[in-house]
Design a protein around this ligand. Structure first.
Ligand code: THU
Length: 130
């Protein structure tokens, strides 16, 4: 439980750096690698809208591009009463790089929930088909 709290705190901190002037919906993510390192991300929006990248993918790409492999949990924090789950594109990326990890959702009021990726992305397409 303490590990979950640490990951949520990291995601909440990362959310402070969100660049979300268009939606004003700020999201933070924190990904814990099996090495013990934590990689964080925040959503980064763009005036063309479509080039926006979610907090989860920022955290994953930071970790992967720094040579990290193997992850065991991801926390996502947003200011919403109903906890914010990863979007469909992020679910595909989380599955690719993290597999059946625990995805911890939290808001700023201390509400939390945890899901496995197999629950969030049933019957995924992945490298096993190629
Ligand atoms: N967003 C995330 O960063 N992660 C999510 O899990 C849901 C949505 C961002 C994308 C966009 O900047 C804003 O939230 C509104 O969709």
């Amino acid at each position: 439980m303490r590990e979950r709290e640490t990951l949520i705190a990291a995601a909440k901190q990362a959310r402070e750096n969100a660049h979300a002037p268009y939606s004003n919906f700020r999201v933070g993510a924190a990904l814990r690698a099996r090495s013990g390192r934590i990689y964080t991300g925040a959503n980064v929006e763009n005036a063309t809208y479509g080039l926006t990248i979610c907090a989860e993918r920022v955290a994953i790409f930071k970790a992967i591009s720094e040579g990290e492999r193997g992850f065991d949990a991801l926390a996502v924090v947003a200011h919403s009463e109903v906890l914010t789950p990863p979007c469909g594109a992020c679910r595909q990326l989380i599955w690719e790089f993290c597999g059946d990890v625990e995805v911890i959702l939290a808001n700023l009021e201390g509400k939390t929930a945890a899901h496995r990726m197999t629950e969030l992305l049933p019957h995924p397409f992945d490298s096993s088909f190629l």
